[in-house]
Design a protein around this ligand. Structure first.
Ligand code: MN
Length: 448
């Protein structure tokens, strides 16, 4: 299961727009990606100064995300959480499209790596799915990291203190570099698995394989001790240096603001494997796709956690305005009036970066912000329904939180209707619709 196959599927569903105009990877392509952020998948057929195509905005809509996970909106969280619980080891195969070209002559300047925003430090690879393992091989990990292009064979990698950082730290303590496979252009389900909040020790490729119904295949990399998807577009085979550090950043992060500069390790690329006619995949920092790929697994975690404390969770939306990370809208079925507050507490504990959350009833569509506002207007009283938690741990990405300590104030709003008041007081009024009117409406909607 590959990005290529997913693109073919999406093309058949008219979800792909091919752009013939020759555009530069510096600002021009990112500007088009941003302008068409909610739209189709973009394939840039001609890239100025480069031979290969660039694909962008692959999973920029929920609709395509559900297609990628091969499920419907109603069952998507169940499917993802189910895969977290049942990782299945993928097959290691000898042949794969990614092995069409294999070289030790590394020249990263051949790849159309985008420079996105005005004050970014330089060209950044933003779709990299990185595999590494512990020296004894007992722990394998796959995660997504941004990579700054330094020169023809070196990148700077941002290692947030999570799993890959831990593996690098273990290698560093025995004065060894960490070998990694950096895959660019993989099936979206692989990225979703890699961004999932799983415990250290879970191999995210195994979760991806479950999501892809056992159809993920891996190959061993020829130049480093690592594995990568057999059908990937490009795999950079690298070593994260145990000693060499450089200044990394700024780069726009999920909030749409610039992240700070930090000292980060250097990756030396020692070999490359790729498809003959590879497509380079780009993800726009802070774009819809970035927010969905990062936020969606957190929605599933919130869904899972809130499901433990209320009878039913209908939907969770980490909203675009909340950067796909800081704001959650959750619709629940409640049994008692206290349920919504417990739902808020469960949501905050499931996703520590969450800052503001609103809980609504299931008659409110959490993907329609105006409906949620309507619920706040007609079902919410601040003295009873507001929850404020000062000095909790928040997100380093939120510039209004304390940047040193990450302390923030969390706010939860219970906008569910109170059960002790008459139900009909809170009912959304409806106009009865007969068949004739429905037909008239259909015709009217088609008119400009
Ligand atoms: Mn991990």
């Amino acid at each position: 299961m590959s990005l290529r196959e997913f693109l073919e599927e999406m093309e058949a569903e008219r979800e792909v727009l091919k752009i013939e105009k020759k555009l530069s990877p510096k600002y021009q392509i990112p500007a088009v990606m941003k302008a068409l952020d909610n739209g189709p998948i973009l394939i840039f057929e001609k890239v100025k100064n480069f031979e290969n195509k660039v694909v962008a905005n692959v999973c920029a809509t929920r609709k395509r995300l559900f297609k990628a996970l091969k499920t419907s909106p109603e069952h998507v969280y169940e499917k993802l959480v189910g895969a977290w619980k049942n990782p299945r080891r993928p097959k290691i195969v000898k042949k794969g499209a990614v092995l069409e070209v294999s070289t030790e002559k590394v020249n990263l300047h051949r790849f159309p790596i985008l420079t996105h925003f005005e004050k970014d430090a330089g060209p950044y690879i933003t779709s990299a799915v990185i595999y590494a393992k512990s020296p004894d091989g007992s722990v394998e990990n796959v995660s997504v990291h941004r990579l700054l292009l330094l020169d023809k064979n070196r990148l700077a990698i941002r290692l947030v203190p999570r799993h890959l950082y831990k593996l690098w730290d273990i290698a560093r303590k025995s004065e060894r570099d960490l070998e990694v496979a950096i895959s660019i252009g993989v099936h979206p389900a692989v990225i979703i698995a890699a961004t999932s909040p799983l415990p250290f020790g879970t191999n995210e490729f195994h979760v991806a394989n479950t999501l892809l119904n056992g159809e993920l295949e891996l190959v061993k990399c020829p130049h480093v001790d690592a594995v990568a998807p057999a059908e990937a577009e490009i795999v950079l085979e690298g070593k994260i240096s145990s000693v060499e550090m450089v200044s990394e950043g700024p780069l726009v992060d999920i909030t749409g603001t610039y992240d700070i500069q930090r000292n980060q390790p250097v990756v030396e690329v020692v070999g490359i494997i790729h498809r003959e006619d590879y497509i380079y995949q780009a993800i726009l920092p802070s774009g819809n796709e970035h927010r969905l790929l990062m936020g969606f697994p957190r929605e599933a975690k919130i869904w899972q956690s809130v499901s433990n404390v209320v009878p039913r969770v209908k939907a969770v939306n980490l909203t675009g305005g909340g950067c796909g990370w800081l704001h959650a809208l959750i619709s629940i079925e409640k049994q008692t009036d206290g349920d919504a507050k417990n739902a808020l507490l469960a949501a905050f504990s499931a996703h520590p970066s969450l800052k503001h959350a609103v809980v609504v009833d299931t008659d409110i569509n959490v993907y329609d912000l105006e409906e949620v506002e309507w619920a706040l207007a007609t079902r919410f009283q601040a003295d009873e329904d507001l929850l404020i938690i000062p000095n909790a741990r928040g997100s380093s990405l939120d510039p209004s939180a304390d940047q040193e300590t990450c302390l923030t104030t969390k706010m939860g709003m219970d906008a569910t209707r109170p059960l002790n008041k008459p139900r009909e007081k809170f009912e959304k009024a409806k106009i009865p619709l007969d068949e004739k009117t429905k037909k008239v409406l259909e015709i009217l909607k088609k008119q400009p």
